[in-house]
Design a protein around this ligand. Structure first.
Ligand code: KG4
Ligand code: ZN
Length: 357
């Protein structure tokens, strides 16, 4: 007897993107993304130079129901077709997480379906399984989001061992903070990367923090301070006006290129060290910084030479989205590592260690 495929609704609201998606779990084969929709709050937060938590929560409230309707319509389904409601339980902004949890709770209860809280970073980590070139376990994962920089050994769904992590700023924060100092808009990563195009990577001397620390930890706070020192010397700290002057712009292009090169070099070398230490021949890059072109180029080159396979999420699923949350729930169910709740659980975990799963 064939079993009807299970459909999992995923809701992401941990920071400044509202994401909703529906994933189908077939009897065999990988989970399949049926539809997903996203609303980014970037324009709203840009005026403040960073995410304003209260505004984020309010906007999630406005967006989540229309996005859910859109996803159901795009998938050609209606709400009773949903078998499980998954949501981002943490880590993230408490108020923002509560919106997704509240909607998941209400929806699951009204439909008489179970619900499942998902770790946001597990969503990022598993997101390459939705790509055209999905990985196989085991692999090393480099998780590079706005708030986290971690190297993990991944032996299967829910089997995560922390190999190293940042002791201060995340790589995404190094991008964002350096970009802000240069007068670039929020979020700085993609803007800094764009500005760096055609720049000279060696034009400015910048530290490669903890490159020779002998472990797999990272530190990026010193790099940001070094960028700041260069800008103070140039007299352009926080000066978007400097960018407007073509004569100055060339210097800032060099500084952006030098900054990006320093961050990428550390990420690539530490990933290679993790691969060497574990003896694994496969690496997965996940999280927003994984969209960075230089990082992809350099890692691809280095891994090709060593016979290592590199896997990324599809570019549009690198940053936060609902598809990765629905997918993580589907993969947990498939692996028998999920405990969905039949009781409404209105519960979030703003601070939550992935290795504790
Ligand atoms: O994973 P993500 O969407 O959100 C978090 O869970 O934090 O990651 C956002 C981070 C931000 O720091 C953003 O600047 C960075 O990813 N990012 C990039 C690029 N695209 C996004 N950093 C460098 N280059 C990019 N192309
Ligand atoms: Zn994220």
């Amino acid at each position: 007897m064939s079993v009807r495929p299970q459909r999992i609704l995923g809701i992401e609201s941990s920071c400044d993107e509202t994401g909703v998606a529906i994933v189908q779990l077939n009897e065999q084969g990988p989970p399949q993304l049926l539809a997903h929709a996203l609303h980014s709050q970037i324009d709203m937060h840009q005026a403040y130079g960073g995410v304003v938590p209260e505004l984020a929560s309010r906007d999630h409230i406005r967006r989540v129901v229309p996005l859910t309707r859109q996803v159901m319509a795009d998938a050609g389904l209606s709400l009773p077709d949903v078998d499980l409601v998954a949501y981002t339980q943490g880590p993230g902004l408490a108020g923002a997480l509560l919106v997704g949890a509240g909607v998941a709770c209400a929806l699951a209860t009204s439909l008489g379906r179970p619900m499942l809280g998902i770790h946001h970073l597990e969503g990022h980590l598993l997101s390459p399984f939705l790509s055209a070139d999905p990985p196989e376990f085991p692999f090393v994962a480099l998780l590079v989001s706005g708030g986290h920089t971690q190297l993990m050994r991944v032996d299967g769904v829910g089997r995560y061992e922390l190999l190293g992590e940042t002791v201060d700023d995340a790589a995404g924060e190094a991008f964002d903070k350096s970009a802000k100092l240069m007068g670039l808009p929020y979020p700085g990563g993609p803007h800094l990367s764009k500005l760096a195009e055609g720049g000279r990577e060696g034009a400015f001397e910048l530290p490669r923090p903890m490159l020779h620390s002998g472990n797999l930890d990272f530190s990026f706070a010193g790099l940001k301070t070094a960028v700041r020192t260069h800008l103070v010397r140039l007299g352009w700290l926080d000066e978007s006006a400097a960018l407007a002057d073509p004569a100055n712009r060339a210097v800032l292009v060099d500084l952006a290129a030098s900054t990006q090169a320093a961050i990428v070099e550390v990420l690539v070398k530490k990933s290679l060290a993790a691969l060497k230490e574990t003896g694994l021949k496969r690496v997965v890059i996940a999280g927003g910084v994984g969209a960075n072109r230089l990082l992809r180029e350099q890692l691809n080159q280095a891994c090709l030479r060593r016979g290592i396979r590199v896997h990324y999420p599809e570019l549009h699923l690198c940053t936060d989205n609902g598809a990765m949350i629905a997918l993580a729930a589907a993969m947990r169910l498939q692996a028998g590592r999920a405990e969905p709740s039949r009781e409404p659980v209105f519960d979030v975990r703003p601070r939550w260690d992935l290795a504790s799963l």
